[in-house]
Design a protein around this ligand. Structure first.
Ligand SMILES: [Zn+2]
Length: 174
């Protein structure tokens, strides 16, 4: 599931994210971190869009297969997950290092800085600033990872504990 949250003009901070639309698929505990992250960024005049939250397992499987499997199989998995096919060039890049991601439990989110209504994918300093804000509110930031650096990615610290707990909780309720 992919979301683009469009900020709207309000006071006292210039931007407000429509939380009820985009963050509702997140784990309720993690959601509070993300809300704080967005607020702290806006206090510094940095506006962010949240563009990916909960990722179903079949989507994760398709993304994990990229660069690891032949194009034909990758696109079959993508079709099953409701994703558009990619070409040979696209299949040269790894997009995730995990078969199971914090995204699958609503414990991670991907963001991008936005200026004048456009996502800003470049600008190392601002990415670093955002990453530090993510860390300061108690999350982990993918920009510090070795190997596959993932600057847009922030996730719950020790997310596996929360994933297990919530899974058990759900089993008990059901
Ligand atoms: Zn991510």
């Amino acid at each position: 599931m992919f979301f683009l949250l469009l900020p709207t003009l309000t006071e006292p901070y210039p931007w407000k994210i429509k939380l009820e639309i985009g963050l509702s698929n997140l784990n309720y505990q993690f959601r509070e971190y993300v809300e704080r992250f967005i607020t702290e960024c806006s206090k510094e005049g940095i506006n962010v869009w949240i563009y990916d939250t909960l990722r179903p397992k079949d989507v994760q499987k398709a993304l994990y297969s990229q660069e690891r499997e032949p194009l034909e199989l990758v696109n079959r998995l993508r079709e099953r997950a409701g994703l558009k096919p990619i070409d040979e060039k696209g299949n040269k890049y790894k997009v995730t290092r995990l078969q199971v991601s914090a995204h699958n439990y609503g414990l991670a989110t991907d963001f991008v800085l936005v200026a004048e209504g456009k996502p800003q994918w470049y600008g190392a300093e601002l990415w670093l600033r955002c990453g530090c804000i993510g860390l300061s509110v108690g999350m982990e930031w993918g920009g510090l990872w070795r190997g596959l650096v993932d600057k847009p990615h922030i996730q719950m610290k020790d997310w596996r504990k929360f994933a297990t707990f919530n899974h058990l909780e759900r089993l008990i309720i059901e």
